[in-house]
Design a protein around this ligand. Structure first.
Ligand SMILES: Cc1cc2nc3c(=O)[nH]c(=O)nc-3n(C[C@H](O)[C@H](O)[C@H](O)COP(=O)(O)OP(=O)(O)OC[C@H]3O[C@@H](n4cnc5c(N)ncnc54)[C@H](O)[C@@H]3O)c2cc1C
Length: 430
């Protein structure tokens, strides 16, 4: 079992959790949750606040997975276009789904405020176009989101207006989303876990679930203990092994995604990169995304993400290649030192829409947010706890989406996705 990856977030933790021992007994609880990322911790918090007895099993440490390593962008919308929802469920349901994605962002901010989580929450996200076809797609999205979804928080940015916010000559324009936000992801998830503990949830770290015995109650086994529970929530996302939930095998593609953190920037460097302190992502399929960190005692660092890989190994010369790319985007950062580089697994679903569902009637799962889960995972916690409490309509709106497995089984699905992604990567270059 491991401690946190060597990331900037680990070294700037501000939330300390009460010690969480490994599970070494047999316990009876109302709800057993497998996975201590945002999905698991938000679910634990909501259920504990409603008076359920809750235990979270985390294989490593709270926030060890994608949640504690991510780019920290808290975005409205989904990892897929709204047409995925509209085509499958109709326009009304798509509108409800989109409204819930806005709720996800508000809920994140509310929990942070209510539980005084020190995670540097700030507003504003820019979507940047590199090519005329990106601008064309943004223009269509801008109109569509206003007209069909009534979303007025998106603002159109011509090249000069974008340059005021993001000092990158390569961008030809874009969109500014005033509702989306960004934060320090590890402090956020640790803060959720601390709030869940304070509300009465028990957290067990270094406690991988090895097997689930389905039934009423269900039994979740670990190497040295077990939880008997009326409900089980699977919140292991891209890290959940197929033998714990064979029913979900092939539903997700775990894709490696990587971030570097620069050395602290000078005021002039901040002014020449992100003077408005926004989160940014570009419009490429394999996209760049970044934000500034906040450090009261030093200049902020640029946290710059975007490289992907499909095996367990990071791409070769990762930090060097990303630093070169960063220097090309922002000449003010050319040759800057890189103090950290790390990666994690994104759970990508085939249609890039989140997967919510049940196995039998008492095992819930939420996963596959496809790079867009920092806000949605918090919403998943609310919807799962509503469903456990008997109000499943909103959970079911998502669970009605049908999801196809990746073709090719365990052995072939990665090469197939690599082929598909290489195609899009080539397209990003054109
Ligand atoms: C590098 C990177 C950058 C990203 N950037 C963004 C971003 O800017 N914005 C955004 O919206 N999304 C982003 N994402 C995606 C986002 O981080 C995820 O969608 C979100 O964190 C998912 O949360 P989760 O709780 O479902 O999963 P995770 O945070 O991955 O948590 C799952 C946990 O389950 C545990 N687990 C697995 N199996 C078991 C088991 N058998 N027993 C016990 N525990 C188990 C794991 O150890 C892990 O801690 C990024 C992801 C990565 C990797």
């Amino acid at each position: 079992m491991s401690d946190y990856v060597d990331s900037y977030y680990r070294d700037s933790r501000q939330v300390s959790l009460d010690p969480a021992p490994a599970l070494a007994e047999a316990r009876r609880v109302d709800v057993a949750i497998v996975g201590g990322g945002v999905t698991g911790c938000a679910t634990a918090l909501d259920l504990a606040e409603r008076g359920y007895s809750v235990a979270v099993l985390e294989a490593h440490r709270i926030g060890w997975g994608a949640s504690g390593r991510s780019g920290g962008q808290i975005l409205t919308g989904f990892g897929t276009e709204m047409s995925t929802f509209a085509t499958a469920l109709g326009t009304d349901a798509a509108c409800q789904a989109f409204e819930m994605s806005r709720e996800a962002v508000r809920l994140t901010a509310e929990r942070i405020e209510r539980h005084a989580i020190p995670c540097d929450l700030r507003a504003g996200a820019v979507y940047a176009a590199l090519k005329p076809r990106h601008m064309k797609a943004f223009a269509a999205e801008y109109e569509h989101m206003r007209e069909v979804y009534g979303y007025q928080a998106l603002h159109w940015l011509e090249r000069d207006a974008l340059y005021e916010r993001v000092r990158c000559e390569a961008y030809i324009g874009g969109l500014y989303d005033a509702e989306s936000k960004h934060l320090h992801p590890l402090n956020y998830v640790l803060g959720l876990a601390r709030a869940a503990q304070q509300a009465g949830a028990t957290i067990y770290e270094q406690s991988p679930a090895t097997r689930i015995e389905h039934g009423e109650p269900a039994v979740v086994h670990t190497a040295h203990g077990r939880l008997q529970a009326d409900y089980v929530v699977l919140a292991g996302n891209a890290y959940l092994a197929a033998d714990v939930a064979p029913e979900l095998a092939g539903q997700l593609m775990p894709v490696g995604n990587y971030i570097i953190a620069t050395e602290p920037l000078s005021e002039a460097q901040v002014e020449n990169t992100l003077p408005a302190d926004d989160a940014v992502s570009d419009a490429n399929f394999v996209l760049d995304y970044y934000q500034l960190s906040t450090r009261p005692t030093q200049g902020p660092r640029l946290l710059y993400g975007g490289q992907v890989s499909y095996g367990n190994k990071p791409p070769r010369r990762l930090a060097e290649r990303m630093a070169d790319k960063l220097g090309r985007l922002f000449p003010a950062l050319s040759g800057i030192g890189i103090d950290y580089s790390w990666g994690g697994l994104v759970g990508v679903s085939r249609n890039r829409a989140p997967q919510f569902g049940r196995i039998g009637h008492n095992v819930f799962y939420a996963q596959g947010y496809s790079g867009h889960g920092m806000a949605l995972a918090g919403l998943a916690g609310r919807l799962i706890s509503d469903a456990v409490a008997g109000q499943a309509e909103r959970f079911d709106l998502y669970s009605r989406l049908t999801h196809r497995r990746f073709p090719g089984g365990e052995r072939l699905r990665t090469p197939l996705l690599v082929l598909a992604t290489n195609f899009y990567r080539m397209r990003d270059l054109i």
